[in-house]
Design a protein around this ligand. Structure first.
Ligand code: CP
Length: 314
């Protein structure tokens, strides 16, 4: 593969990446995906490198795929959770990161319930830090796998119309995607109850609507968001039945969508709330493709941030 570096030390926010950086990560991820399709899914590229996954919020997809990504590239991968660490004995986050730094890791992948924690950690540790989701702020690796999946299916990104639906206020996936999608020339419609839209929504979306029918009509890509029950402020959420009736993506709604529209969801799904099982498993759905591409994108992120230009055993 071409020898080129991603000139970034950390991956914290999609605001830091240019459209060309995004293209480079997706192209690298395509090479990585081919490795995962072999019988022997391993290359020695990152042999001798150590990646620490530090997750203080629950995760299935992101944590597992960062671990698989590191292992497929032959890095040594260590997983730490808050409960099993000395944070639970009262150690401060800063002390803990200083101590991790003293062990000379090559990469720290961080998920936190609080916006800004991965960015703060870049001040406390020498190695690159990757944001694996911080509070309501951002989830850049999820955004990159979403873009890869859309490009794979539509063979382009520029000019596509995407509708992002649901709990945008609490969604870090929506924030990263809105930033990046507009950078690559996609047009973004935000759709959700007024109480679950950020105050500056007009600045980060091309169109805002509270009508799901309007959002679905003519969209090339429909992204349903998980209702972030752990971050909801009760006052802003209608009851589940009402929410599902107004903003749930069901078969009836999909009759108004383009036949070739793609349906994405970052997972985990609240079945029957933001999306029905028939749509999540229906012909429009690329939800499991997103998960497959998550491994490839995370391999690309590790590879590029750890120097790129290294020999990939193709
Ligand atoms: N999409 C996503 O971040 O899923 P997990 O919380 O399971 O990692």
């Amino acid at each position: 593969m071409a020898e080129q570096d991603l000139y970034h030390r950390h991956l914290i926010s999609m605001t830091d990446l240019s459209s060309s950086d995004i293209g480079q990560i997706i192209e690298t991820a395509k090479v990585m995906k081919a490795i995962s399709e072999r019988d022997v899914k391993k290359t020695p590229t990152l042999r001798g490198r150590t990646v620490i996954n530090f997750f203080t919020e629950p995760s299935t997809r992101t944590r597992t795929s960062f671990e698989i990504a590191g292992k497929r590239l032959s890095a040594d991968v260590i997983n730490i959770s808050a409960a099993g660490s000395s944070l639970s004995k009262g150690e401060s986050l800063k002390d803990m990161v200083y101590n991790l730094d003293a062990m000379k890791p090559d990469m720290l992948v961080v998920r936190s319930g609080f916006a800004g924690v991965p960015s703060m950690m870049t001040e406390w540790i020498e190695c690159p830090v990757v944001n694996a989701g911080d509070g309501r702020h951002e989830h850049p690796s999820q955004c990159l796998l979403d873009l890869m999946t859309i490009q794979e299916k539509k063979e382009r990104l520029e000019g596509l119309k995407v509708s992002i639906i649901g709990d945008i206020l609490n969604s870090r996936v929506a924030k990263s995607n809105m930033i990046a999608m507009r950078k690559v020339g996609m047009s973004v419609t935000a759709c959700g109850p007024a109480t679950l839209l950020p105050v500056n929504i007009e600045k980060i979306a091309d169109k805002v609507t509270s009508s799901l029918d309007e959002a679905v009509d003519g969209a090339d890509v429909i992204m349903a968001l998980r209702v972030q029950t752990e971050r909801l402020e009760r006052i802003g959420f209608p009851n589940v039945r009402e929410y599902s009736k107004l903003f749930g993506l069901g078969l009836e709604r999909m009759k108004k969508a383009k036949k070739e529209a793609l349906v994405l969801h970052p997972g985990p799904i609240n079945q029957g709330v933001e999306i029905s099982p028939e749509v999540a498993e229906g012909p429009w759905s690329v939800i499991l493709d997103q998960v497959t591409n998550g491994v490839a994108v995370r391999m690309a992120i590790l590879y590029l941030l750890l120097g790129g230009g290294l020999q990939i055993n193709e």
